[in-house]
Design a protein around this ligand. Structure first.
Ligand SMILES: [Zn+2]
Length: 112
């Protein structure tokens, strides 16, 4: 069984109920979920399928709402950037980001 890359202690269990919310449309994707931290990893082809359906519905690509859990690391919390956003926004570890608090929201902008 594969270990979770986020918490490094949970096992990845195959699931068929990962909810992806795109502008009020909920897509149910197959993928894997960690049995410890509950981080979800939809299969790449499932994400692609949801994207192509969403495009047909005219609700892609902006704005995209993804649900993610924060991971604990030391005394802080770690936010993992979804891989499709990483590719879309051409992010990497050298890019500086700015974090702005707007009411209850947190806006993360890549400074590139
Ligand atoms: Zn985990």
């Amino acid at each position: 069984m594969r270990k979770c890359k986020i918490c490094e202690k949970g096992n990845l269990i195959a699931v068929e109920d990962i909810a992806l919310d795109v502008e009020g449309y909920v897509f149910i994707l197959r993928g894997e979920r960690c049995d410890s931290c509950n981080e979800e990893f939809p299969y790449q082809e499932e994400t692609q399928r949801a994207i192509s359906i969403a495009r047909k519905l005219g609700v892609w690509p902006e704005p995209l709402k993804l649900y993610r859990h924060l991971s604990k690391s030391g005394k802080g919390l770690v936010f993992r950037v979804p891989s499709d956003l990483e590719k879309q926004l051409k992010l990497n570890e050298n890019i500086e980001i700015s974090i702005t608090k707007v009411g209850k929201k947190m806006v993360i902008e890549a400074e590139n």
